[in-house]
Design a protein around this ligand. Sequence first.
Ligand SMILES: [Zn+2]
Length: 245
Amino acid sequence: MKYFCWNIDDGLEQDKKIIEEFRRDGIAATFNLNAGWFGRRQLIGRVGNMGIKDVLEEEFRPGLHLLKYSPSYRIPEDEVAQVYEGFEIASHGLCHENFKQISDEEAVTSITENSRRLKELFGNEIVGFAYPYGVCGPNTEQQLRDAGIRYARTVGKSKDFRRPENPLQLPMTAWHIDKDVMDKIDRFIEADGEEEDLFFLLFAHGYEFDFNTPESNWEKFYRICDRVAGRDDIVCSSTREGLGI
Ligand SMILES: [Zn+2]
């Protein structure tokens, strides 16, 4: 079988629009959330298709900032259970910590406390993780394992559609913004999933679809969903299911 897995970070308001389409198309997916930052309201400044600077809404002064900004508002805690119902919830650290810049103690707290709060809110064991900023400290992998995390997504890219050897260093297959993403998806559609299970992890942040650039826009999001949904040979699944965990 072939598993196509949307893997979406940060718990942004745009996820509601994404989920509306997923529900319409019968697409399952994984959302990587930070319980300590629910409801946080920021704007994200970008260069091209790359979000590079967060500014809290109350500190944002139009005209003072040179970059182009899009809303990066996180869904409040009292809404998340309803918004994400039925989707896999994975951890993205309690407050999106950079795991190379914090102590071991802080890292363990970020991992365990986020899993505890997500489990309380969503009722499921948390087995997935996405490294905030794609950064993994020297002990992060072991800390994740100790906390019951079974897979952790990096921002590296895989070379093929095979499941990874080490799921705690799970690369993405593509970022939706990649210029060659539609070609890669077409190659996946053509690939033979009979002999060996194949896996496609597509990474996104909800705010990126608002950029409205040729590489990152809602029309392309809908096009990707249409391409992979409703096929007999592809399961649009959570990352956990796609990895056979
Ligand atoms: Zn993030």
